[in-house]
Design a protein around this ligand. Structure first.
Ligand code: ZN
Length: 470
């Protein structure tokens, strides 16, 4: 419970966020003027400058770019040709971290490309061939990450990988194949739309489908990028840090408006709205706009690697992968996932009951966003989930990772509401007397990942390195 003084701060901050149009202004500028902010592009460099400029304008003299090196990637043109049952060309785009190259071979349709579908077949039937699978939810109801599907294809000796969107709209998907903090892809991978993939499969019904594709993309070792960081020092508990933020990069084929300019704009807004109360909060807050998330959670991983000694002082990490509120039965609500420790769920529930907002709080484990490297260091981690309005809702990732993730999908009022809920949460996290949550020891984390089958998934994705950050 906040004291009278902080309740007044809370009222002012909520009013300020609702009154200000800053979230939308920042998003419009970054999306429409600067573009995708994809790693290694001019757009990324300008976005870094803009984020630093805004944070300094909000009063953060300590705002800085925290650099790291990684495996960069440059998209090249792709040609896709069906050679059997007859010759015909189709539209396709490269998947991020594809090493490029030209391949020709028979296509093996692996359905959704889930582990159970791969494990049901003999690896020999895939060797030397091209794997085709879709982004649809697996037959067992699990959403399997593209990097897992690609990992299996490589493991089984495939020479190429075709990833088909399961949402309609003639939208070939992109997405990364390997973690760029460690490596590039081994075999070329391309994305095709639901319509293109389905057409090829219909044409080849009952006979062999053979394709040739050429991808001119390439991996660029020793690329340099930077996370953008600003700090609001606390008072009596200033050595305990609350880390809050999300990734600012988007995929290069769109504006990455929801994924994840929305989370970036909300991070900036929290930083802006809280700055004038510096000296009133017990704990310190570190705002981080992470780079290179779309190529394997690379910015956050490199950040944690560089600041490993500080992880014991991170009281909690709040990941904003998308900003705003979610929907449940058509109604807006705040949706949280607590990754660890489980007790944090109860604490969060108490906070949310206090602020009287419709909420859902889940548990779970996911390696596919910026909380992950913090999680592996034992840091209490949670994630606030946002969605497009139900009128715009399509299944799964929706428009994310396609050319349709543009500003016209963004509801700025929803983002403001998300920021308002978050700021109330931050005020409580920053000021509560008792410890927020305990850190989880590594052996406990490893045991959990083994028990849930995550270890195997991470091995396939080349992300299993529990004793080193990157
Ligand atoms: Zn994202």
């Amino acid at each position: 419970m906040l004291d009278e003084e902080l309740l007044t701060v809370e009222r002012e901050v909520i009013g300020d966020i609702w009154q200000s149009g800053e979230i939308y202004r920042n998003m419009l500028y970054m999306a429409d003027e600067l573009g995708s902010r994809f790693p290694g592009t001019e757009s990324e460099r300008k976005a870094q400058e803009y984020l630093l400029k805004k944070l300094r304008e909000y009063g953060y003299e300590n705002a800085h770019a925290d650099e790291f090196t990684y495996y960069g990637w440059k998209r090249g043109p792709v040609t896709l040709e069906m050679v059997e049952p007859y010759q015909r060309e189709f539209e396709a785009i490269a998947l991020a971290m594809s090493p490029g190259g030209e391949v020709e071979g028979e296509v093996v349709n692996l359905g959704t490309g889930s582990p159970e579908e791969f494990e049901a077949i003999d690896p020999e039937t895939v060797k030397g061939k091209i794997v085709l699978c879709s982004s649809a939810t697996s037959p067992s109801g699990k959403r399997v990450h593209r990097r897992t599907k690609y990992g299996y294809a490589v493991e089984y000796g495939a020479v190429g990988f075709i990833f088909m969107n399961h949402n309609p709209g003639q939208l070939p998907p992109t997405g990364s194949l390997r973690p760029a903090y460690k490596m590039g892809g081994e075999i070329p991978g391309i994305g095709v739309s639901l319509e293109t993939g389905s057409l090829m499969l219909r044409l080849a019904k009952g006979r062999a489908l053979k394709v040739r594709f050429r991808d001119e993309s390439r991996v660029i070792p020793n690329a340099v990028s930077a996370n953008i960081v600003a700090e609001l020092p606390g008072t009596s508990k200033k050595d305990e840090w609350i880390v809050v933020g999300g990734h600012y990069d988007g995929h290069d084929i769109s504006q990455g408006a929801m994924d994840n300019l929305s989370g970036t704009a909300v991070t900036l807004e929290l930083a802006r709205a809280l700055k004038r109360y510096e000296g009133r909060f017990k704990r310190s807050i570190r705002f981080i706009c992470f780079a290179c998330e779309e190529i394997g959670v690379t910015g956050a991983t490199c950040y944690v690697d560089k600041h490993k000694d500080e992880m014991k002082d991170v009281a909690v990490m709040v990941n904003l992968e998308l900003g705003g509120l979610a929907y449940k039965d058509g109604t807006k609500h705040a949706a949280f996932t607590v990754y660890q420790p489980p007790e944090l769920k109860e604490k969060l529930k108490a906070f949310i009951d206090e602020i009287g907002y419709p909420t859902s709080i889940h548990g779970g484990t996911s390696a596919a966003s910026d909380h992950w490297p913090f999680y592996m260091q034992g840091v209490p981690t949670l994630y606030m989930h946002a969605e497009l309005s139900p009128q715009l809702l399509i299944v799964g990732r929706g428009w994310g990772h396609t050319s349709a993730d543009m500003m016209d999908k963004v509801d700025p009022r929803n983002l403001q509401e998300g920021a308002m809920v978050l700021v109330r949460l931050l005020l409580r996290l920053a000021n509560q007397e008792e410890k927020i949550a305990k850190h989880t020891p590594l052996d406990e984390i490893i045991r959990h990942l083994e028990e849930t089958g995550m270890k195997k998934t991470l091995e396939i994705q080349k992300k299993w390195h529990p004793h080193s950050v990157r």
